[in-house]
Design a protein. Structure first.
Length: 274
């Protein structure tokens, strides 16, 4: 059993934040910096990393950036090797990197289909596979992954995204059981629609989904980051940031058929021209 952690737990902890150049990852990095963590920020966007690092350096005792393409095993191995060499080890990992593509599966070019699987699911797996052995050496630490409430029900036009998020959730479930004997906590975040660059272009979203997001408002990245970091202290597995995420979870648990109906209504399903 991993107990709740004290308020100074994150001080001087070496935390790898994946996808830290923008969005949730950037917000997590700045939140961790305010807690005194030492940060290894990773992303493919070096310019974005530098901007986030500049903001974090006034708070965190140490901040370094590492350009890593998580879809490629060699890049992950080399990048994590540099981090371990620089910091002497790893205490925690936060995975936030991901991409969204819209459209029916049968119209999606195979290269794009492979890309979303490689970044969202394979990338999260590679980061876990490479970082966790270093975390386990200390017999305590944490892993936080980012899934989505959309994993509950594969929605038309974004089923590849939902597939990857379902995989991340089940991966996190298994990791929680595997790592508990080593004192390593595992958390998984299930946000609804978060106000990030990925959700700025609503042109491909179904009309009902756009209306719903305007009615409820998008969840702020800072709030999601706060809940994710709070889960590290509490050893909390499931993170549901915002009332929309909580409502979706309750609907999934108590009425899956209703969630299926809602998903179909919110999706612009293509029909034959004739």
């Amino acid at each position: 059993m991993i107990r709740k952690r004290g308020k100074d737990y994150l001080k001087n902890k070496v935390v790898v934040v994946n996808g830290a150049a923008s969005g949730i990852g950037a917000a997590v990095a700045l939140n961790l910096a305010s807690k005194g963590a030492r940060l290894a920020l990773t992303d493919v966007n070096r310019k974005g990393l530098a901007e986030v690092a500049a903001k974090a350096k006034g708070k965190a005792p140490a901040v370094e950036i590492f350009e890593i393409d998580i879809s490629k095993r060699e890049s992950v191995l080399a990048g994590i090797g540099e981090i371990v060499k620089k910091f002497g080890g790893i205490d925690g990992l936060v995975n936030t990197a991901g991409i969204l593509m819209m459209g029916p599966l049968y119209e999606t070019p195979i290269e794009k289909a492979e890309k979303i699987l490689d970044i969202n699911l394979k990338g999260t797996m590679l980061m876990c596979h490479t970082c966790i052995p270093h975390i386990m050496k200390k017999r305590e630490g944490f892993v936080v992954n980012t899934s989505s409430v959309s994993w509950f029900y594969g929605a038309p036009n974004k089923l590849l995204y939902d597939c990857t998020k379902a995989g991340i959730y089940t991966m996190s479930q298994g990791l929680q059981m595997e790592l508990e004997p080593y004192g390593v906590s595992v958390s998984v975040c299930l946000p609804f629609m978060v106000d990030t660059a990925m959700t700025q272009d609503m042109s491909n979203m179904p009309p009902l989904a756009v209306k719903l997001s305007k009615f409820t408002g998008m969840t702020k990245a800072d709030m999601v980051a706060e809940k994710m970091v709070d889960a590290i202290y509490k050893n909390q597995f499931k993170i549901l940031p915002g009332r929309e995420a909580k409502s979706m979870w309750r609907t999934f648990r108590f009425s899956p058929s209703l969630l299926g109906f809602m998903t179909k209504k919110m999706s612009a399903i293509k029909k034959p021209a004739d």
